[in-house]
Design a protein around this ligand. Structure first.
Ligand SMILES: O=c1ccn([C@H]2C[C@H](O)[C@@H](COP(=O)(O)OP(=O)(O)OP(=O)(O)O)O2)c(=O)[nH]1
Ligand SMILES: [Mg+2]
Length: 161
């Protein structure tokens, strides 16, 4: 794993910088700058207290933390959130409580998501009359089978691409 230098400013100096919990981790933990209580199904945009400047050719992706997802149902609505290289504003996280029963309580400084910095390509979109054939063709949305079924619906019904 290589390391890229990412310049950062603290929009809120009172909260810790993003930190990799263990050497070699892919995601650096982000914290919330505000206390928030999310009722079941409720979402809220929270600040992380930091703004960054990614080199061109990189992007940041805001992922949920699996422990919070499994324990209390906390996730990110637009997971993963995309941080463009040119974005200089505060990184924000659109949190959601997927738990059906109880509220999720978060305090300022809690680690609520993780930022994965990755190299990305930009595409040059070239329109052609026809695309070359492939084995998959236009089969998608469960065309290979093996997906879960709804009660009373056979696994072979439903979307066939
Ligand atoms: O989880 C996120 C996702 C995005 N952003 C910021 C950085 C990103 O560069 C910008 C725009 O994000 P995106 O392109 O996903 O949102 P959009 O709805 O397409 O907004 P825009 O019209 O500004 O591109 O918002 C965040 O702070 N957190
Ligand atoms: Mg956009």
């Amino acid at each position: 794993m290589s390391t890229v230098q990412v310049l950062l400013t603290r929009v809120d100096p009172g909260v810790p910088l993003p930190r990799y919990a263990r050497p070699g981790d892919a995601g650096a933990d982000l914290v919330t700058t505000s206390d928030v209580v999310l009722a079941p199904g409720e979402r809220a945009v929270v600040g992380t207290g930091i703004a960054i400047s990614l080199p061109v050719g990189y992007a940041g992706f805001v992922h949920p933390r699996s422990g919070l997802a499994a324990r209390v149902g906390l996730s990110v609505v637009n997971t993963p959130g995309t941080i463009d290289a040119g974005y200089r504003g505060e990184i924000k996280v659109c949190l959601i409580n997927h738990d059906l029963a109880g509220p999720v309580k978060l305090a300022r400084g809690d680690r609520i998501a993780q930022l994965v910095v990755q190299r990305v390509e930009t595409a040059e979109f070239v329109e052609v009359a026809e695309l070359e054939a492939s084995e998959r063709g236009d089969g998608g949305y469960g065309s290979t089978g093996g997906h879960a079924t709804l009660e009373g619906v056979s696994g072979d019904e439903g979307a066939k691409g």
